[in-house]
Design a protein around this ligand. Structure first.
Ligand code: TUI
Length: 315
């Protein structure tokens, strides 16, 4: 099946499925597999040192000749250096998270890079469109990691009404039902993060994949609200400690405790004191499969749903 939209044309990809640029999680192997399967793989820059990120970009280039992207995490202190390196490496697509990428838009656009900001609100989407964004990703609070306040169900249609560029829905989408629902809301693509944590090609520690597979409906929690940068994680000892600190608004202590904890989980497999960033859709992830199988299943199921809905209204 093929679902062609303005997004597949814009990015020169087969299928309107992009993989979330998850820090310390979306590395070259996963990105290569998603792009080779006709989606858009995106490397997660997070707080990664510039040299290591350059290696990941070169690794992705070695694994796929198809387009891929890099997610820039705008809160990272060395973001200026990262942007320069991404420009030098001629990365085809950049998504941005956790802030306003306005400062970097002219240079990225000048270099011919497609720029797709992740937005948590209508106001930011409009601002991004007005300064040249090629599309926007509307991310609902079902998502993992750093999140906004609106749900995917209410954010997506409002973005579709507010901007002319393609809207990609993100947050809580992990199967063909989510893909079909996003299309019903007017999205022209979806971004999927948590499900790809359990792709066979994803290099995170197997202990973290096991936690995602085990997760049930209420196993994620939002921590760090007092810091102004709330993050959704799977509950563990670290999350419980941060929730206690949140009650007393101990923001600085939370920032200090959180430093380095995402890599501790994803790379070293510390599932108690590492930060297990994952979305609510963790509860819907039940197997480890190749990225190509995840994409094929999502497309087939979405198509079947769309057809059955037509059949129901015809009769
Ligand atoms: O960026 C993400 N998800 C992330 S980033 C990350 S690393 C991190 N670690 C510790 C603390 C904070 C982050 C883990 N997960 N998703 C995209 C996203 N962007 N969600 C929400 C936003 C966002 C929020 C505010 C985008 C723009 C924004 O703008 C504020 C402004 O300046 O207007």
């Amino acid at each position: 099946m093929s679902l062609k939209t303005r997004l597949t044309t814009l990015l020169d990809i087969e299928h309107p499925i992009i993989q979330g640029g998850m820090a310390w999680t979306a590395t070259a192997e996963l990105v290569g597999a998603v792009s080779n399967a006709g989606g858009l793989g995106i490397i997660g820059a997070g707080h990664m040192p510039t040299d290591l990120l350059r290696e990941q970009i070169r690794g992705a280039k070695a694994l796929t000749s198809r387009p891929f992207g890099v997610n820039l995490m705008l809160l990272t202190p060395h973001i200026d250096e990262i942007v320069q390196m991404v420009l030098d490496e001629h990365v085809p697509v950049v998504t941005t998270g956790a802030g306003n990428p306005g400062k970097y838009m002219p240079a990225l656009m000048e270099a011919g890079i497609k720029v797709i900001p992740i937005v948590p609100s209508v106001a930011l989407a409009k601002r991004m469109e007005s300064i040249g964004a090629d599309a926007v990703i509307g991310e609902g609070m079902e998502a993992g990691g750093h999140i906004g306040e609106l749900t995917t169900l209410v954010l997506t249609p409002q973005l579709v009404d507010a901007v002319d560029v393609p809207v990609i829905a993100a947050g809580g989408i992990a199967d063909g039902r989510g893909l079909a629902a996003a299309f019903a809301l007017g999205a022209e693509g979806v971004q999927v993060g948590t499900r790809f944590m359990c792709a066979s090609e994803c290099t995170i520690h197997p202990a973290v994949k096991a936690e995602v597979l085990k997760a049930r409906d209420r196993d994620t929690v939002v921590t760090g609200r007092s810091t102004g940068h709330p993050v959704r994680v799977l509950k563990n000892r670290l999350a419980r400690q941060i929730m206690e600190m949140d009650k007393d608004n101990r923001a600085e202590e939370i920032e200090a405790l959180g430093a380095g904890k995402l890599a501790l989980a994803m790379r070293e497999g510390d599932i108690e004191m590492g930060s297990l960033m994952a979305g609510q859709a963790a509860a819907m992830v039940n197997s480890i499969e190749p990225a190509a199988a995840i994409i094929a299943e999502m497309l087939a199921d979405a198509e079947a749903i769309m057809r059955s809905m037509c059949a129901r209204t015809d009769s």
